[in-house]
Design a protein around this ligand. Structure first.
Ligand code: ATP
Ligand code: MG
Length: 420
């Protein structure tokens, strides 16, 4: 048996786990300010949930999903993203009657991709979905929420790029123009893009192949195919961002890799990561999605961010947590039970307590120091007779190294060393 985790997956230990927790904790503070409530869906769904929503031609459905038949012969897929699952859950709970629905989620997602730094087969996303508001102000609000989070997380040097994919009429016209253009160069296109040309030519812009990219500058621009209402919608979104002083770049080549997007599409990229993995948060409007999954026609917008990539950008000094750690040490076997009782009392008062138990007292003190304890309480006969405990400061040189404190005062004594 191999001890290695499955390729593209990894165990999260102290540092990374603390970073993930930090990211999520900050999100818990910010989400309610914008009216978002949490939702948690299963990590697997019937395959059709993703097939119907993401589109057969998407990279995710085409080559990245973990799909298998379970023991009942049902086709099951480990969720590759959150939007389709949340949409399914809202439908299933009958929540489309109570609008708007503003939900956020977090958790692992699964995609069979080539693993590299910032790209894993099990990775973690945090995302929001808002259903039931068609007006452009909610696009602005949704981006403002992402922006506030990135600031709260102290992510440096990020850029917001935005584009419009227009309404269906505009997309249809643009699609035809792209087919006409790329057909002239079909021989020069990569194999993937030749397939995209038939299924969804907009996706050619997603290609990272230099041969494809060479054809982009001369390709027709979406702007020239937007109808008046799509253009007006996009102008309102851009004006809203300007009003909130959120800087952005308009990039006409920004497309999203999934079928259900329309109108606003956006992404936040950072300088600190490799170009192929530098998008930390991405989203857009998906007005047709709910209907595609068998529900009513309801507008929707959302985004998802990659916690693994964000964690790579956080300062390492985030950990360890700064709470006071106390060592409770019995000076002799007969004091072990009284030491345990005091450990329990302190834990109930939210102190973190270590109980080193190997070797003599000096070995135990060394172990306490190694475990990061700032203070040790030593329980022994003399002290116990006088209802006192010996307190030893392990780290702070300014303080008296050792003193006796009355047992009745010990909680308040320790509390005075707690960090704010
Ligand atoms: P990319 O172009 O990097 O493959 P994507 O368009 O497939 O991204 P989305 O489906 O929009 O990504 O997911 C939103 C975010 O989730 C991404 O911006 C990224 O931060 C993160 N993400 C996506 N796939 C992975 C992965 N395999 N490993 C780690 N993070 C990922
Ligand atoms: Mg991808």
């Amino acid at each position: 048996m191999s001890c290695q985790p499955v390729r593209g997956t990894r165990d999260l230990l102290e540092k990374e786990l603390a970073q993930h927790h930090h990211l999520v904790e900050q999100a818990y503070r910010i989400m309610p300010l914008y009216g978002y409530q949490e939702i948690e869906t299963p990590i697997f769904e019937y395959t059709s949930v993703f097939q119907r929503s993401l589109g057969e031609a998407s990279d995710i459905v085409g080559k990245e999903m973990y799909t298998f038949l379970d023991r009942s012969g049902e086709s099951i897929t480990l969720r590759p993203e959150g939007t389709a699952a949340v949409t399914r859950a809202i439908l299933s709970a009958g929540l489309t009657q109570t609008l708007p629905q503003k939900r956020f989620y977090k958790g692992p997602m699964f995609r069979h991709e080539r693993p590299q730094k910032g790209r894993y087969r099990q990775f973690y996303q945090l995302g929001v979905e808002c259903f039931g508001i068609a007006q452009s102000f909610v696009d602005v609000e949704c981006i403002a929420l992402a922006n506030q989070l990135l600031q709260q997380w102290k992510i440096q040097d990020y850029t917001l790029t935005i584009n419009t994919l227009g309404d269906q009429e505009s997309r249809q016209a643009y699609r035809q123009a792209l087919i006409n253009y790329f057909r002239r160069y079909v021989q020069d296109l990569s194999h993937d893009s030749q397939l995209r040309l038939e299924r969804n030519p907009l996706r050619i812009f997603d290609s990272k192949d230099p041969k494809d990219q060479a054809l982009f500058p001369e390709a027709p621009a979406f702007e020239d195919f937007l109808n008046a209402s799509s253009r007006q919608f996009f102008d309102q979104v851009l004006k809203g961002l300007q009003d909130l002083h959120i800087p952005f770049t308009h990039n006409q080549r920004l497309v999203r890799g999934i079928d259900y997007y329309c109108h606003t599409a956006f992404e936040f990229t950072v300088k600190g990561l490799e170009a192929a993995q530098n998008t930390v948060l991405a989203g857009g409007r998906y007005d047709g999605l709910m209907e595609q999954l068998g529900g009513p026609s309801l507008p929707g917008i959302g985004w998802a961010c990659g916690l693994d990539r964000l964690a790579l950008l956080l300062p390492p000094c985030l950990t360890p947590p700064s709470s006071l750690r106390i060592a409770v040490i019995a000076m002799g076997e007969e004091f072990q039970s009284v030491a345990l009782q005091w450990a329990q009392t302190l834990r109930q008062q939210f102190f973190s307590v270590e109980m080193p138990f190997h070797g003599n007292v000096s070995k135990r003190l060394k172990a306490a120091d190694k475990a990061g304890c700032q203070i040790a309480l030593l329980f022994g006969e003399d002290e116990y007779k006088t209802h006192q405990v010996k307190v030893r400061h392990l780290m702070n040189d300014q303080l008296e190294k050792e003193k006796l404190v009355a047992l009745s005062d010990i909680v308040s004594y320790l509390s005075s060393f707690r960090k704010a």
